[in-house]
Design a protein around this ligand. Structure first.
Ligand SMILES: [Ca+2]
Ligand SMILES: [Ca+2]
Length: 413
C-alpha cells in the first residue's frame, strides 16, 4: 500500500469557494459556477471553462493508452500491477486502476498493488490515464492474473518402514510441489505424495506448497518424519489381504552353503530391494526343502480365515534360477510348493510348476508363519501378496505393504 499515492483531484461544488492547485505545469481551478474543472496550462494553453469546450480542447491533447500492463501475483491476497508511463506527459496527472471493470484506485506513477484479494482467484485489470480535467485515455489492454494459493491444509503423514505418504486437502486449479530433504519434487494435481526407497529408522523432512498460473504459494510448515525401524512384528492381514516386502522377513535362515541376500541388481523391485538365494551355482531343492533349503520366514496376524491365493512378485535369472516353495507354519504344502517365475523381469505370478494356482488355507485366526524356501538358487523374491479374493490380480509393484503391529498413523496437522 505504501507504493500507492493517491492524487485525486476532487471537484468541490461549493457555492462561494475557489480552489487553485498547482501540479508542475498544470494549474487547476475549480469553480462552483462550472460543472467541470477548468484547466489552465502555464504554457499559455488557453483552455476554456465549461464542459463542452473543455472536452473539445482536451481531445486535441488526447493521451496515449497506457502500454505493457503487467500483473504479478505476489501473495495469496496481492497482485502487483505495472505499466509504461503514457508518453504524453503534458497534462497527465495519474492513472485509474480498474479491477473486473470497477475503478479501485488512482495513482500518480505507473504502478499499483491491489491487496485484500481472495486467494487462488483470477482478476482482470485495465488502466486509464487521466488529466486534471478528468479527461481519460482509452483503456489499456486487459490483463488477467490469479492470486497465489493459500498454504495447503490438513497435511496427513503416514510413515512406514521404507516409505512416507503425505496427503492434504485439494486446492482448486492447483498443482503441488513437495520438498523432500531440501530437494523439490514436482508432483501433479493429486494432493498426495508417496516417498519410497527410504531406509528404515531414518529422519526425513517435507514441505508442501500449491502452485497455480500466478505462481507458487507459501510453503507449509516443515514436517519431520522418522521411518520405522525394521520390525519383527507380525504383518497384519486386513480384509482378507496381506502384502509383504520379501526383504522384510522375520527370520532369515541359511542352510548348507546357501542363504538369502538382499538384491538390488535388477531395476524394478518394490521397497528397498529383493532377496536372492545365493550363491547361484546350480543348486536346487526339490524334496525335503523345509529342512535343506535356505528359508525366509514372515509372521502374519490373520483375522480372516479361508483360502489365500499366493501372488508372488519375483524375478527369474534363467531356467535354473526361477522357482521357490511357499509353506505355512514351517511345513511344506502341496498347494504352494514349486512356485515358478518369469525370467528376466519382475512380475506377479500365482501358479505352481503344474500351472495350478498357488494357495494356502488359513484355518485359525492369529499369528502364523509364512515360509519361503529356495527351489533353485539364484531365484529372486521381491514381494508376497496373500488374498482371499480369487479375482484379485496385483499389477505394477502392487499395493503398499501391510502394516505391522507397531504401525503408526501420525495425527493430522
Ligand atoms: Ca540357479
Ligand atoms: Ca521388495
Amino acid at each position: 500500500m505504501g507504493r500507492k499515492t493517491f492524487i485525486i483531484t476532487i471537484c468541490v461544488l461549493c457555492a462561494l469557494s475557489l480552489l487553485s492547485v498547482s501540479f508542475g505545469l498544470i494549474k487547476i481551478s475549480v469553480s462552483s459556477n462550472n460543472i467541470v474543472n477548468k484547466v489552465a496550462l502555464e504554457n499559455n494553453r488557453n483552455l476554456l471553462a465549461g464542459s463542452k469546450e473543455t472536452d473539445s480542447v482536451d481531445n486535441a491533447y488526447s493521451f496515449s493508452i497506457p502500454l505493457n500492463l503487467s500483473a504479478a501475483a505476489i501473495s495469496s491476497s496481492e497482485i502487483d500491477l505495472r505499466w509504461n508511463a503514457s508518453d504524453d506527459n503534458q497534462g497527465i496527472q495519474g492513472y485509474e486502476v480498474y479491477r473486473n471493470n470497477e475503478l479501485i484506485g488512482t495513482v500518480e506513477s505507473p504502478a499499483y498493488i491491489d491487496s485484500t484479494l481472495a486467494s487462488n482467484t483470477a482478476y482482470g485489470y485495465f488502466i486509464r490515464a487521466f488529466d486534471a480535467a478528468g479527461d481519460k485515455s482509452e483503456k489499456s489492454g486487459i490483463i488477467e492474473c490469479r492470486t497465489l494459493p493459500d498454504k495447503v491444509r490438513n497435511i496427513s503423514v503416514t510413515a512406514g518402514t521404507t516409505s512416507v505418504i503425505l496427503t492434504w486437502d485439494k486446492t482448486d486449479e492447483a498443482t503441488y510441489e513437495v520438498e523432500e530433504d531440501g530437494n523439490i519434487q514436482n508432483t501433479d494435481t493429486n494432493p498426495k505424495y508417496i516417498d519410497v526407497h527410504l531406509q528404515p529408522a531414518t529422519s526425513h523432512s517435507y514441505r508442501v506448497r500449491a502452485s497455480n498460473t500466478g505462481g507458487c504459494g507459501e510453503w507449509s510448515p516443515t514436517i519431520n518424519v522418522v521411518t520405522h525401524k525394521l520390525s519383527k512384528d507380525p504383518f497384519i492381514e486386513i480384509n482378507g489381504m496381506v502384502v509383504i516386502e520379501s526383504e522384510h522377513y522375520t527370520d532369515n535362515i541359511s542352510r548348507g552353503s546357501h542363504n538369502w541376500v538382499l538384491c538390488t541388481s535388477f531395476d524394478g523391485y518394490s521397497g528397498e530391494g529383493a532377496m536372492q538365494a545365493s550363491p547361484n551355482n546350480d543348486a536346487s531343492w526339490m524334496k525335503d526343502y523345509s529342512k535343506k533349503s535356505p528359508e525366509l520366514i514372515y509372521k502374519v496376524n490373520f483375522s480372516t480365515t479361508g483360502r489365500y491365493f499366493i501372488w508372488h512378485r519375483c524375478y527369474g535369472i534363467d531356467d535354473h534360477s526361477d522357482s521357490v516353495h511357499v509353506g505355512l507354519d514351517g511345513k511344506s504344502m502341496e498347494t504352494s510348493g514349486s512356485i515358478v517365475m518369469d525370467i528376466g523381469q519382475y512380475n506377479w505370478l500365482n501358479r505352481t510348476y503344474t500351472w495350478a494356482r498357488a494357495y494356502i488355507d488359513i484355518l485359525k485366526t492369529g499369528i502364523h508363519e509364512i515360509n519361503l524356501w529356495a527351489r533353485e538358487d539364484g531365484s529372486i523374491t521381491d514381494k508376497i501378496l496373500l488374498t482371499t479374493d480369487p479375482d484379485y490380480k496385483p499389477a505394477g509393484i502392487g499395493p503398499d505393504e501391510s502394516p505391522r503391529s507397531n504401525y503408526i498413523l501420525t495425527p493430522r496437522m
